[in-house]
Design a protein around this ligand. Structure first.
Ligand code: AHR
Ligand code: AHR
Ligand code: AHR
Length: 518
């Protein structure tokens, strides 16, 4: 089975569960269900799989259900004082408001990313190394805003020159000992510099030879290995080589992967390692490599040293860019099923681009008027409007006629069938709403029936492609408002209708909530 169909199957299996969560959460427009009540966070899951975390780093959320300590520390430029940023509640999301208030009117950098595992494996400013002097730059604390479960948080934005490290760790694999690791990256922020890594590296900050590292690499450098397409790729930085599979250079099974939120996994044990990845917003993981150590000398057995790096190469090469939200390292080689459970936790956590003022769209607040803009590359100038009573997309801009602007404007209401969801009333045909019928979407008069209410109710969740919102049909929860040939439907991913086509489905069902045209 190819990677896409694997992803599709996994996604299909999870879609109805996800929609049910969204309905139950009483969410207000575009805000995915919160993970705050989770009883098992990633490191609880790894522990029950027999491969406990020995390092757990995140600026966005707790990685243990019971973790109630600091996630990271920021330092402000106005007076060089520091402040620890904790969680909103045990096991919960970062208290970004504490950072916003501390950094108000000045600038802040991230000085420490605390280790939640209790082993003290904190990440701090990387020192100079064999490839480049130091200390490296610290990340701007506000450069990677996100939301997690509807709560604002900040990731670690690595511009070239930025790097974190710990050369004196506790419990991290050395030699040929087994370990696993995952990280969540912004799949759209990368470059071809060496080397945006998270994982195991040399304790001397020098290149001490093949097999002295085992870290996740993310980006599109082709100096060493590379995979299919133009990148970015998830590869293993094993020192003097980024590996996309068993071969030193090209491995066709390692795909370009660029989800806005990408889950990346590397794991290794004696003469065995794997590359895995997926969409951190939905669906499962795919395996891109699972086999013996590279067919190049020096990598079997491995000579891991047990330092931890973020954003740089083993020798402090610091030409790379990327964004990190969370990641862990384990003791022992995690099973695929443990990692699947971690991925399910990640997708349920609800990573989404920040809404409201972030340039990625606003929220669907009942009473407000909005226009809904397509996000597919073809069509980012097109909005949902009614025309001859059908819902279609049209190019709308400031020179459009007043009729077109009115047709493309919708008044948000609490959902006619559920107050956890929303309905869209036409601006220029009061009393008419967007509703589906035979899975096509129309503007029709509310006849007061339960059928109309259900057909006219849509449940927002974070956009399937990482942008804006996706709007699930209330009575067909695996169907989402989608444009297809510029006509609007409620479509499932890979269903039986032509308009259910999987091609560009995630883009076609993702909508930016824009200010109203009328
Ligand atoms: O393996 C790729 C890079 O090569 C390592 O990160 C670095 O230490 C060396 O320059
Ligand atoms: O959808 C009804 C009307 O049909 C729209 O207002 C107009 O654009 C079209 O003629
Ligand atoms: O759009 C699918 C269904 O088709 C609607 O629920 C119903 O109104 C029509 O029969």
């Amino acid at each position: 089975m190819n990677v896409l169909s694997q992803l599709r199957r996994a996604r299909k299996a999870l879609i109805s569960a996800g929609a049910a969560v969204a309905l139950a959460a009483g969410l207000q427009a575009g805000i995915p269900a919160s993970s705050q009540a989770a009883t098992s966070q990633p490191c609880d899951i790894y522990a029950s799989g027999g491969t406990p975390c020995v390092a757990a780093h995140s600026t966005t959320r707790a990685l243990y259900a019971s973790y109630n300590g600091p996630l990271y520390q920021v330092r402000r430029s106005s007076d060089n004082t520091t402040r620890d940023i904790g969680v909103l509640s045990a096991g919960g999301v970062a208290d970004a408001a504490a950072q916003d208030s501390f950094c108000s009117g000045t600038t802040c950098v991230i000085t420490v990313i605390y280790d939640q595992s209790g082993r003290g494996n904190n990440l701090t400013q990387a020192p100079g190394g064999g490839a480049a002097g130091g200390p490296d730059n610290l990340a701007n604390a506000t450069a990677a805003p996100t939301t997690v479960g509807g709560h604002k948080a900040y990731g670690v934005y690595v511009a070239p020159g930025t790097g974190y490290r710990n050369n004196h760790t506790n419990g991290i694999a050395t030699g040929d000992q087994p370990e696993g690791m995952y990280a969540i990256f912004d799949g759209t922020h990368y470059n071809g510099g060496c080397c945006f890594d998270y994982g195991n590296a040399e304790t001397s900050s020098n290149d001490t030879g093949n097999g002295h590292m085992e870290a996740i690499y993310f980006g599109n450098i082709k100096v060493w290995g590379y995979g299919a397409g133009n990148g970015p790729w998830i590869m293993a930085d094993l020192e003097n080589g980024l590996f996309s599979g068993v071969n030193q250079h090209y491995n066709a099974n390692d795909p370009t992967i660029n989800y806005r939120y990408t889950t990346a996994i590397i794991k290794g044990e004696p003469n065995h390692w794997a590359i895995r990845g997926g969409n951190a917003q939905s669906g499962g993981l795919s395996t891109f490599y699972n086999g013996v150590r590279p067919n190049v000398s020096g990598y079997n057995p491995m000579h891991k040293e047990g330092a931890i790096i973020l954003g740089i190469g083993g020798d402090n090469s610091k030409g790379a860019a990327g964004t990190f939200y969370e990641g862990v390292m384990t003791s022992g080689y995690p099973s695929d099923s443990t990692e699947s459970a971690v991925q399910a936790n990640i997708t349920a956590a609800g990573y989404a681009t920040s809404s409201g003022g972030g340039g990625t769209g606003g929220t669907l607040t009942p009473g407000s008027s909005v226009s809904l803009r397509a996000t597919t590359a073809c069509c980012t100038d097109r909005y949902i409007r009614h025309q001859n009573d059908q819902a279609v997309t049209s190019v709308i801009n400031s020179s459009s006629s007043s009729l077109d602007k009115n047709d493309a404007t919708w008044i948000v209401h609490s959902g006619l069938a559920s107050s956890s969801c929303v309905s869209f009333e036409s601006k220029n045909y009061p009393g008419d709403y967007l509703r589906h019928q035979n899975f096509q979407v129309y503007r029709q008069t509310n006849d007061g029936s339960a059928q109309f209410a259900a057909d006219a109710t849509f449940c927002p969740q974070s956009g399937k492609n990482g942008q804006g919102v996706s709007l699930a049909s209330y009575n067909y929860p695996d169907r989402f408002i989608r444009h297809y040939n510029n006509t609007v439907y409620v479509a499932s991913n890979g269903g039986s209708h032509t308009f259910d086509s999987s091609t560009s489905w995630t883009d076609d069902v993702s909508w930016i909530v824009d200010a109203p045209w009328a």
